[in-house]
Design a protein around this ligand. Structure first.
Ligand SMILES: C[S@@+](CC[C@H](N)C(=O)[O-])C[C@H]1O[C@@H](n2cnc3c(N)ncnc32)[C@H](O)[C@@H]1O
Length: 349
């Protein structure tokens, strides 16, 4: 390959990676409900425009781009069907991508807006949320009920995949009671208790969030095995539990706060029990390549900077936090490696 060819390939690769048209075409598709409509059998472009409330000429142009992205196929002029990647953009897909892209969701809109401030965040090393929206991240969710519900729904969407994996991958034998700390509206806990009928659980999260847990726990048929405890994980937690589960919690907090949360968990767990994190684990040294887990973990790491002054961590960083909280590293287990997610376990006692 000549230098000119290599250079041309590099230009194409960088230009494709840099264009905002791909992420925004995907968002436009989901926000207009196109993948769901096409999956439901709408295959005529004019009909698709009518049902999605779009201008037919403009929609034709969007669909052209989405065909290039393999979201749709065009078997004939003005005909459309789902392409190879279309199904994952449908609202019912367990990966929950549609919810994260849908601009009707207040949380998705704000998160997308924050990304444009990445240069500023990298310059200052600080979250941009307060500067953009007038309040810190958690205060914003607490003050704006629509935003708070949208955030909880985004968490619930990803929990659809996460919960069953936590139930399957962790060794629950010998565990009688699990406390899901920062467990949101209870989707992960519900999946764990559904898979392990002998287990009981406690759900801890902020009062407004656990206030919406009852229908989730009832729908899963586990409400009678769960105690719901509205409160902060910076305060003492209900004691006497075998396992404290912290799914996607420590990455929201800087080190000092993370150690405080771990200390609260250590105090709540019986001797011989465990504190179990569900977290993305960054490679110690980054390397170019196609590892999807490291892509997601690195993207989430930047998101934590933008949103919360927080970070994803390496295994060594988790071990250090655990030791500071008086915990012993108890092993790391792959959970959803393609999303960079692992179970990081600590022994108590
Ligand atoms: C990233 S979400 C993770 C939710 C859930 N564990 C999951 O993986 O789907 C973080 C959770 O921490 C909760 N949270 C934030 N601050 C909290 C606090 N001080 N005490 C208890 N929960 C808190 C939020 O309400 C939210 O449900």
């Amino acid at each position: 390959m000549s230098t000119r060819d290599t250079d041309r390939d590099a230009v194409i690769k960088v230009a494709r990676g840099a264009t905002l048209f791909t992420p925004w075409a995907l968002r436009a598709a989901v926000t207009l409900g196109l993948p769901d409509l096409v999956a439901g059998g709408v295959d005529d472009l004019a009909d698709l425009a009518r049902r999605s409330g779009a201008d037919v000429g403009a929609l034709r142009r969007l669909v052209r781009y989405l065909v290039l992205l393999e979201v749709f196929r065009a078997p004939a002029a003005d005909r459309v069907e789902l392409g190879e990647l279309g199904a994952v953009l449908c609202s019912g897909h367990p990966a929950g991508l549609a919810k994260a892209l849908d601009q009707r969701e207040a949380f998705a809109r704000r998160g997308d807006e924050a990304i444009a401030s990445l240069p500023e965040a990298v310059r200052t090393g600080k979250s941009v949320w307060t500067g953009l929206f007038g309040r810190g991240f958690w205060d914003d969710l607490a003050a704006d009920a629509v935003l708070g519900r949208s955030f909880d729904a985004a968490m619930a969407a990803h929990a659809a995949t996460l919960g069953p994996e936590v139930a399957r991958r962790y060794d629950w034998s010998g565990v009688r009671h699990v406390t899901d700390v920062g467990g949101g509206t209870g989707h992960v806990l519900a999946a764990v208790l559904t898979a392990h009928p002998g287990l009981t659980g406690t759900l801890v999260d902020l009062p407004a969030t656990v206030g919406a847990a009852d229908p989730v726990l009832r729908a899963a048929g586990v409400a009678d095995r769960v105690t719901v405890a509205g409160g902060s994980f910076f305060e003492p937690l209900p004691g006497g539990t075998d396992v404290c589960l912290l799914a996607n919690i420590l990455h929201d907090w800087p080190d000092e706060d993370a150690v405080t949360i771990l200390r609260r968990c250590r105090a709540a767990v019986v001797a011989g029990g465990q504190v179990v994190l569900v977290e993305r684990v960054l490679d110690e040294v980054p390397a170019a390549g196609d590892d999807p887990g490291q892509f997601v973990a690195s993207q989430r790491d930047l998101a934590m900077l933008l949103l919360l002054d927080a970070a994803e961590r390496t295994e060594a960083q988790f071990a250090r936090l655990g030791r500071e909280a008086g915990l012993r590293p108890g092993g790391v287990v792959g959970l959803l490696p393609e999303q960079g997610l692992f179970l990081v376990c600590f022994d108590v006692g």
